[in-house]
Design a protein around this ligand. Structure first.
Ligand code: NAD
Length: 337
């Protein structure tokens, strides 16, 4: 009998019949927990060979990671892993796996929806009509031809590239700033420029960077000062990438034209947030990734990451690929599926 492994899902939110059956077939017992504090996670994971999590706030801190004696892999139902202490996991020899491509289509669709709703002022027009008004909106709120506008992508990874591919049909000029992407252009459509230039020249600024120490607050007072007074900031990445107080000040002082936010600094958005009061702000509740299809995709990826990881293979999307794993791993391409 091959050894049985234990995987612990520490922040269960839905029904795990699919995961339980698939992992059992791979010799892995799935334990379901709802652990929110460090101590609860440490207690739940004492015997875990794999830890699974979903929440953006679940504290996978250095202290928790140091208390995982058997764990070989941490797998997350997400792209962003900013709540996992990656250096601590790497030092401990634990592979961290995300589901890098599960919602590329959904988030880029959402970014396109927010970009177009901002460019055509759809939400304000909707409110205008509902207030019983009809004429005069576009005089008070002049519109520009979309093909005359410049789109700036901050970060040029999977989601930003998919957004550019979709927006290219609108024939806008597309700029991108990403220190890890070499210019002068990508796919013959995206012009690589320094962030400062992107902020100065873009009409619509769509943010697609991961939340890391160097991106936290990167769109702050100095960035807003460089933007056009009509510029709209679209954020589908992580709330803290934008300094929220600086954004509110820029909106209040009309230093920018508006914002469209799927993510905010504190989620859910507090009832008292001034962001709710601006007609120029579009808000969605961190649903950029959502669809029935992306949900099925992420569940398959997490099962595959854990099964491969415990069978002695790299997962499909290791985040800390430079880690020296606790057990030798073969390439994912060799994993028999
Ligand atoms: P990705 O890893 O493919 O791309 C991120 C890009 O950001 C990379 O190209 C990287 O080089 C670049 N980058 C890193 N630091 C930078 C910096 N200082 N300046 C400019 N660029 C920088 O990730 P992705 O799949 O495109 O996702 C991007 C982010 O979107 C994720 O990290 C996640 O936080 C967020 N996200 C949000 C949702 C949602 O529901 N709204 C869903 C999935 C992902």
């Amino acid at each position: 009998m091959p050894p049985r492994f234990q995987a612990v899902n520490i922040d269960c939110n839905f029904d795990y019949t699919f995961e339980t059956a698939k992992l059992a077939a791979a010799g892995i017992d799935l334990v379901l927990r709802k652990s929110t504090t460090e101590d609860e996670i440490i207690q739940a994971c004492a015997d875990a060979d794999a830890v699974i999590l979903e929440g953006a706030k679940t504290p996978m801190t250095a202290r928790v990671i140091a208390a995982l004696p058997k764990c070989r892999i941490i797998a997350k139902y997400a792209v962003g892993v900013d709540n996992i202490d990656l250096p601590a996991a790497t030092a401990a020899g634990i592979v961290v796996a995300n589901a890098a491509d599960y919602c590329t289509e959904e988030v880029s669709d959402h970014a396109v929806a927010l970009i177009m709703a901002s460019a055509r002022k759809v939400m304000s027009m909707d409110r205008f009509v509902r207030r019983g008004e009809w004429a005069g909106f576009t005089k008070a709120n002049p519109l520009r031809r979309v093909s005359q506008l410049t789109l700036g992508l901050v970060g040029l990874g999977r989601i930003a590239r998919a957004t550019a591919r979709k927006m290219a049909g609108f024939q806008m000029r597309i700029l991108a700033a990403d220190p890890y992407v070499k210019g002068p252009s990508v796919d013959g459509v995206i012009e690589i420029v320094p962030l400062e230039r992107l902020l100065q020249e873009s009409d619509l600024i769509s943010i697609h960077v991961p939340l890391m120490p160097e991106t936290r607050g990167m769109i702050g007072t100095a960035a807003f000062k460089l933007m056009k007074p009509t510029a709209v900031v679209i954020n589908t990445s992580r709330g803290p990438v934008v300094e929220q107080e600086a954004l509110i000040t820029a909106l209040r002082e009309k230093r920018i034209g508006g914002a469209a936010l799927d993510v905010v600094a504190e989620e859910p958005l507090p009832a008292s947030s001034p962001l709710r009061d601006f007609d120029s702000v579009i808000l969605t509740p961190h649903t950029g990734a959502d669809s029935i299809d992306s949900m099925a995709h992420v569940r398959r990826t997490v099962v595959e990451s854990v099964s491969a990881g415990l069978a002695g293979y790299w997962p499909p999307f290791p985040v800390n690929a430079k880690v020296t794993p606790r057990a030798d791993l073969k390439p994912f391409a060799e994993y028999p599926r």
